[in-house]
Write a protein that binds this ligand. Structure first.
Ligand SMILES: NC(=O)c1ccc[n+]([C@@H]2O[C@H](COP(=O)([O-])OP(=O)(O)OC[C@H]3O[C@@H](n4cnc5c(N)ncnc54)[C@H](OP(=O)(O)O)[C@@H]3O)[C@@H](O)[C@H]2O)c1
Length: 230
């Protein structure tokens, strides 16, 4: 039985990923920072609720202890993330970038750090970091790509950092399959439902990389169609 934690799984891509992995037979810990939203989602799916605010040390530590006490973890999906208002270089300040880095970058590292001891005890440990094509320096710098026209600074910079974290952790822990994924532009609360894909389509690559097992790739960056340039 594979045991999987998904952060930010009370809605959007995380919720759909949880639904699919429950269906695939995983024991799913549905991470939510809000008790009531999480309870409703977990009950609906037959998942186990884990309260986890990834910006809070005590919350993440408590979540790791709860999952450990319950038997451990095989798959960690770092899905929780925010985009915030899209603000260009002229008006970007440290204060504009800070909340994005607190959640998308420092939150991801905080969760990795807390759950690494559990993952190391798994026979087939896997980490999926939910990134974005906006984290690809190559694509954002290439005219003609959909990402080139995105004017904001904070979100792409935070996801580029997630990509680098993915590479460095994958090299450091070769026994753990650690990959970054780009779900694609998906209609969720994150973008006011302007995304052109459904959550079913967006969750596809997250679910696929969660299920790669010990023979799968590591240190990669994928969307549903294949590898992406960093
Ligand atoms: N939608 C897209 O087009 C798209 C494209 C590329 C990448 N992504 C990435 O996909 C991931 C999921 O996004 P989504 O589109 O599904 O957005 P969403 O519907 O807004 O869901 C985001 C989830 O993250 C949670 N979250 C935010 N801050 C958190 C924190 N500090 N601690 C714990 N949970 C927190 C939210 O919880 P609350 O309900 O409590 O706010 C929510 O459950 C994100 O990493 C995003 O960057 C999305």
């Amino acid at each position: 039985m594979t045991t999987t934690l998904i952060t930010g799984a009370n809605k959007g891509l995380g919720l759909e990923t949880a639904r699919r992995l429950v269906e695939a037979g995983h024991t799913v810990y549905l991470g939510s920072r809000d008790a009531e939203r999480g309870r409703v989602a977990a009950e609906r799916l037959g998942a186990r609720l884990v309260l986890i605010d990834i910006t809070d040390d005590a919350s993440v530590e408590a979540a790791a202890k709860a999952v450990e006490a319950d038997g451990g973890l095989d798959v960690l999906i770092n899905n929780a993330g925010i985009e915030g208002t899209v603000i260009g270089p002229e008006d970007s300040t440290a204060d504009v970038l800070r909340p994005l880095f607190e959640t998308n970058v420092f939150g991801t590292v905080r969760v990795l750090h807390a759950f690494l001891p559990l993952l190391k005890r798994s026979t087939a440990p896997v980490v999926v970091n939910v990134s974005s094509s906006l984290g690809s320096t190559t694509l954002v710098a290439t005219p003609g790509t959909p990402t080139h026209g995105y004017p904001g600074v904070a979100y792409p910079a935070s996801k580029a950092a997630v990509n680098m974290i993915t590479v460095q952790y994958a090299k450091a822990f070769p026994d753990i399959r650690i990959n970054a994924v780009e779900p694609g532009f998906t209609a969720t609360d994150l973008n006011g439902h302007r995304g052109t894909q459904t959550v079913e389509e967006g969750a596809e690559i997250i679910v696929r990389m969660a299920r790669i097992g010990s023979a799968g790739p590591t240190g990669g960056y994928f969307d549903a169609a294949g590898s992406l340039p960093w």
